[in-house]
Design a binder for this molecule. Structure first.
Ligand code: MF3
Ligand code: CO
Ligand code: CO
Length: 265
């Protein structure tokens, strides 16, 4: 997997990624406030596009390899790349992943969260909580000198311990000026395997965790990936940078960031 060169981002470029990343986090916060039974996924999309344009940013998904909308909205058995639609109305008990990627000054901030619509059932609640913890553990495995396989191993171990499965068909990816580039970051794997992590690498970790089988199929629209067994799938995503110290999450709200190193000296 991946003999392409991995671009290392400079400190200046990482600062631009922080700006794109915090805008992405703020957009998710804004959309989170709209989620309730009766809202259509198209309404979420249209508000996301309006909000993004108002801030002078660009929605990367719109027109990307022919994707027709500005965000991905993946409900219940949809693994990823759900296309917003006026006829798709959120109902209490649904789970919905919203995946946004604004481009700010040429750099991409790629992040997603899974939200509950109304009150979740027990399985949905556990799946979403486990998936969020998978992302946390994947991020915690990142530091210079660690291997790409360490990330997937940490995620897979926790998902399977909880009786869930890890999607194989979609992986995390390098991101920067380009939306999807090297390296690929599988959410399954073996500790000690794969490329070594180095300061300046910037990539996403975006585990998709399934209630049942990890296998998926892509619908006729060419985008919507659903679970083969129709059971639930959840996902969380952050864009991160490998730093000399360890790891920095770039897709946090500005107010959730640690104070800059200079401020602590
Ligand atoms: N944001 C998605 C990711 O996490 C990619 C969406 S591509 C699109 O990589 F074309 F579906 F928008
Ligand atoms: Co994404
Ligand atoms: Co991504």
């Amino acid at each position: 997997m991946g003999n392409e060169t991995i671009t290392l981002l400079s400190v200046r470029e990482i600062e631009k990624m922080r700006r794109a990343g915090s805008l992405a986090a703020e957009l998710l916060d804004y959309l989170a406030g709209m989620i309730q039974p009766g809202v259509s996924t198209l309404e979420l999309n249209d508000e996301a596009e309006r909000w993004t344009q108002k801030r002078g940013a660009i929605s990367a998904p719109l027109g990307y390899r022919g994707f027709p909308k500005s965000i991905c909205t993946s409900v219940n058995e949809v693994i990823c790349h759900g296309i917003p639609n006026a006829k798709q109305i959120l109902q209490s008990g649904d789970i919905i992943n919203i995946d946004v990627t604004p481009i700010v000054d040429g750099y991409h901030g790629d992040t997603s969260r899974t939200f509950f619509v109304g009150e979740p059932g027990p399985v949905a609640k556990k799946l979403v909580e486990v998936t969020q913890e998978c992302l946390r553990r994947g991020i915690a495995a990142v530091k210079p000198g660690a291997k790409i396989g360490d990330i997937g191993a940490a995620i897979q171990e926790y998902a399977e311990l909880n009786g869930f499965s890890v999607v194989r068909d979609f992986v995390g990816h390098g991101v920067g000026r380009v939306f999807h580039t090297a390296p690929q970051i599988p959410h399954y794997g073996t500790r000690g395997k794969g490329k070594r992590l180095r300061p300046g690498m910037v990539f996403t970790i975006e585990p998709m965790i399934n209630e049942g089988t990890w296998e998926g199929v892509v619908l006729e629209d060419g985008w919507t990936a659903v679970t083969k067994d129709g059971k639930l799938s959840a996902q969380f995503e952050h864009t991160i940078a490998v730093t000399t110290e360890g790891v920095e999450i770039l897709t946090l709200r500005a107010q959730d960031r640690e104070p800059a190193l200079v401020a602590r000296i």
